[in-house]
Design a protein around this ligand. Structure first.
Ligand code: ADP
Ligand code: MG
Length: 681
């Protein structure tokens, strides 16, 4: 087989026609290389030949028998039946829909043949219905052995798939390995060709620590990381450096009611260095909830404006965008900075004015939602895009944004989702990372308590005390399933209940409200017209209510640890003590109890993310699913932790522009070739 044949469509294989390739597509097998990567999930043991008196009903067994008689009843619905025997007994082979001519060829009278299939018992006789294999003695070795079992769909049986699979795996082209021998041996891997053969013909594919499996994991990671790192190089193209004195940002710092933490200062330095460098910035600030990312970005924005450029600040939701708009208006008061606010909802007349001011350069800073990136929006001189809570945007969206900004535009992302170290490269391999590792000094640790839901009545006195002390309360309602309607109805019920206990003090906010209604309620909460805000999870992202000091989270075990930590971060942002109460239904699993303990013990988002990963697996990791990146097919960040860092280091040292041809096979194998070759960034 030629190397490139691997990347042809499956219908180039013998015996694969239109219908069969349609079935294969259902199993995501489109190209021949997909067969290579479709490993068996188990094996069927057909390795022993049984005598007929050794058969066990219900088992898959193989026998060597002599064909005695073929019966083709002329009555409808009666099966065709072939009587066979060996020296120890008799068996009937039964077919419901097979043609006579076909069966006569398969079962020559008085000849010994091999049959393998599931053993039944019917009318006091052993029987096999539609056996999996019927073959001559010469062909014995093809059947009497361990046979790999693949996940198949309707229309493809084991025998058929085996014939297809064998064509590929037995004729695997000799691939010049892109890893050298020493590296392979040193890291407990195997060369590529051998790995593929082993994965298809041994138990290796079920053992994700076998050398061959590890090899495929390593390849998968390399292909991913290499693509990200090449992406990064292309995004970080040459640009005009921004020139600024930092005078204005220093003035602003002095006016703040607090000093920046060391971490904030460091991150700001990193950003400023990027802004004034000759390469485009593509950087993400990672910092736990409440670590103060916003102010860092605003200081960067001032510098950009000082250098004569405009900025765009995008938030994932309207509420958040509005809050940022209000905040910037407050912070930039008495400066000449002109700020505008744009969402999809803004009426045309106003919008046209906004667009005009952007175009002429009158507006310095535009804050809003996705609407900022509509086609008709043209900045006069855009110098920086800031994106808040970026995990709501996928990798692809990210690079589209970078493109949208133009050649001289820097990009700054902010995320409150702490990512375990192992996952960093797979999520943010295309970016530079700045971490805010400490929280503002005066901030108190949030007290986290847990309570069974049935004791909910014990909460009312505590809540009353909070209200009397002028503290406000978030009440997050049970996440039921993936149903916003059920979530809504449960929030509504809870609202009614609490409203009876604390009349005129409660508001309800949920996803089905329109934005004006949402904003009204949030305003009433901010102005302390109401004290308790019952909500579905809409408050999860980013909103800053310094007076909210208690959060109650119902059905807390439905949330991931990282998500609970984010919710908890909504309170205790001012000077007062914050409290988080987790309500649970009875009968918690061991795992759930462990999770509560972790939350009670730690308020370190990075630690919590590591634990979340350990306890729930990375498929559940908040931010990961939302990132638009698919799970790895083979790699698991817990089991293959060592390979994640190995691949990361390996990719760092690849000189792709020189060694492109060496890696082209690998990239094609994992469907990365098109991405890495696209000019479109
Ligand atoms: P996040 O990182 O979650 O986006 P914010 O930027 O919303 O956090 O900041 C949370 C709160 O902390 C805000 O009220 C902000 O004014 C305040 N804050 C930010 N930095 C500091 C600091 N160094 N000292 C004290 N308070 C700070
Ligand atoms: Mg924020």
């Amino acid at each position: 087989m030629k190397k490139d044949f691997i990347f042809s469509d499956v219908d180039k294989l013998k015996g694969v026609g239109y219908q069969l390739s349609k079935y294969l597509k259902k199993r995501k097998i489109e190209k021949i290389k997909d067969i290579i990567l479709n490993f068996p999930y188990s094996e069927t043991d057909r390795s022993k030949l049984y005598k007929l008196n050794e058969l066990e009903i219900g088992k898959i067994q193989s026998v060597k028998v002599c064909v005695k008689k073929l019966n083709f009843p002329r009555v409808r619905n009666l099966p065709n039946k072939i009587n066979c025997e060996d020296e120890t007994g008799k068996i009937d082979i039964v077919y419901f829909n097979s043609r006579e001519g076909y069966l006569r060829k398969l079962y020559p009278i008085n000849e010994w043949i091999i049959i393998s299939g599931k053993v039944n018992f019917f009318n006091k006789k052993y029987q096999m219905t539609n056996p999996d294999y019927v073959t001559s003695l010469q062909n014995k070795d093809y059947v009497i052995r361990n046979i790999p079992k693949y996940n198949l769909t309707k229309g493809i049986n084991e025998k058929k798939y085996r014939a297809i699979n064998d064509q590929v795996i037995k004729n695997l082209p000799d691939i010049t390995d892109w890893l050298n021998k020493d590296f392979i041996n040193k890291n407990n891997l195997l060369n590529w060709n051998e790995s593929i053969k082993k994965l298809h013909n041994s138990k290796d594919s079920k053992d994700n620590l076998s050398k061959s499996f590890r090899r495929i994991v390593f390849d998968e990671l390399c292909a991913n990381f290499l693509t990200l790192s090449e992406n990064r190089k292309r995004i970080k193209k040459v640009k005009l450096p921004k020139i600024f004195s930092e005078k204005r940002s220093n003035d602003l710092k002095k006016k703040l009611q607090f000093n920046l933490t060391k971490s904030q200062e460091n991150v700001l330095k990193e950003i400023n260095r990027d802004l004034s460098s000759e390469k485009r910035m593509f950087r993400i600030i990672q910092g736990d909830v409440g670590s103060g990312k916003t102010i860092v970005s605003l200081l960067a924005i001032i510098n950009i404006i000082e250098s004569g450029y405009q900025c765009a600040f995008m938030s994932p939701t309207e509420i958040l965008a509005k809050q940022h708009y209000d905040l910037t208006n407050k912070i930039f008061k008495n400066t000449k900075i002109k700020i505008d606010f744009l969402t999809g909802k803004i009426e045309n007349k106003k919008k046209n004015e906004i667009l005009k001011n952007l175009n002429t350069g009158k507006t310095h800073l535009l804050i809003g939602t996705h609407a900022l990136f509509q086609k008709k929006i043209n900045f006069k001189k855009l110098g920086l895009i800031v994106i808040d809570e970026q995990h709501k945007f996928g990798v692809r969206q990210r690079s589209e944004l970078a493109k949208k900004g133009g050649d001289n535009c820097d990009v700054l992302l902010m995320s409150a989702t702490p990512i375990p170290r192992t996952m960093m490269m797979s999520l943010y391999g295309d970016m530079d990372i700045s971490k805010i590792t400490e929280k503002p000094a005066k901030r108190k640790k949030i007290i986290t308590l847990s309570k069974p839901e049935k004791k909910i009545n014990q909460l009312w006195p505590f809540i009353k005390k909070q209200i009397n002390a002028n503290n406000q309360i978030f009440w997050v309602c049970p996440l039921i399933e993936e149903s916003s309607f059920l979530d809504y109805s449960s929030a509504k019920k809870k609202y009614d209940l609490i409203n009876k206990i604390f009349p005129n003090k409660v508001g309800l906010i949920h996803g089905a409200l329109d934005n004006v209604e949402k904003e009204n309620i949030l305003k009433r909460f901010l102005n302390k017209n109401i004290y308790i805000l019952v909500s579905t999870t809409v408050i999860e992202v980013g909103i800053d209510f310094p007076n909210a000091n208690l959060i109650v989270i119902e059905n807390a075990n439905k949330f991931g640890l990282a998500q609970l930590h984010q919710l908890r971060g909504r309170v205790g942002r001012g000077e007062k003590q914050g409290t988080c109460i987790l309500l649970f239904k009875d009968g918690l699993s061991k795992n759930a109890i462990k999770r509560i303990k972790i939350l009670k013990k730690s308020d370190d988002g990075f630690f919590i993310a590591e634990e979340d990963l350990r306890l729930r697996g990375f498929g559940d990791l908040i931010g990961y699913q939302q990132s638009g990146m698919k799970n790895f097919r083979f790699a698991d960040p817990i089991i293959h932790k060592d390979l994640f860092s190995l691949a990361e280091n390996y990719v760092k040292n690849i000189q792709y522009n020189i060694d492109q041809s060496k890696y082209s096979f690998l990239l094609k194998l994992f469907d990365k070739a098109e991405i890495i070759n696209s000019e479109d960034i």
